[in-house]
Design a protein around this ligand. Sequence first.
Ligand SMILES: Cc1ncc(COP(=O)(O)O)c(C=O)c1O
Length: 324
Amino acid sequence: MIHQNVLETIGNTPLVKLNKVIKSVPGTVVVKMETTNPGHSIKDRMALQMVLDAEEAGHLKPGGTIIECTSGNTGMGLALAATVKGYKCIFTTSDKQSPEKFDILRAMGAEVIVCPTNVAADDPRSYYSVAEKLAKETPNSYWFNQYDNLSNRKAHYLTTGPEIWEQTEGKITHFLAGVGTGGTISGTGRYLKEQNPDIKVWGIDTYGSALKKYHETGVMDESEIYSYITEGIGEDIIPLNIDFDIIDYMEKVTDKDGAVMCRRLAREEGLMFGYSAGSAVAGLLQLKDQLDEDSLVVIAIHDHGTRYVGKIYNDEWMKKNNFL
Ligand SMILES: Cc1ncc(COP(=O)(O)O)c(C=O)c1O
């Protein structure tokens, strides 16, 4: 089969069983390897859906400019779609992200504006505020806002959920995913629970994020928020894409445990994944007592390890952070 363009290669990613790193976990644990998407991350799915829906709604017009605040992966997906469909891209990102991510976006022809991480979301310097301002100032542009744009979770309801259901022949018992915008867990989790309400949906959060506390209490507790090293998961805002009713439980994982697990996945399983994948697998180990021999856990893997070669796969960086 010949694909007409790169966008047609998004999705239909493989499930791969983990073996060594989950030896102490009862049941079967598999990863949904979203690294095989053309942009090497799960975010290709929602980026394409946001573009299709924005075109249909008339927000995105020929020759228009896509504006987005992105830690890198959504930007990559949007850049793929923009290249094929003829749009320009301007991305705002935060300075804590791996520099590789900025270089990749620039390589795809996008303009990248790096904003400070350690400011509140409503600060005019934050990457959310700068994107909003740019959208107002740039003619024929549209700010996608992946946090509140529900095309995000729709992509996973339409594609990721059905793929997992079919690939496991309906035998999945637990779905586990890192939570950032919440698109992955909410869309996939909703589809899976509609097929079988007994499926448990577990979200992985980080220390320094307000999400777990909000899930458990409904309180947005500012004291939960501080800067952390893990990339891609945890939030200092409550995105509209998170459907908290779909999530059964949220578990926090430390920066160190996520990083160390990434290196184990590479060396023990031959799977070189991004930071949040290590957090997700480490989080599963923390929850293993809730599983039994019949459990079939599917873990969403958000991105590829190549984006972190200067960080978690670099010994000096690991030592500097006291992770080794
Ligand atoms: C590396 C990585 N992990 C996890 C996530 C969280 O996924 P979601 O935004 O669908 O909750 C993201 C999203 O930006 C990501 O880039």
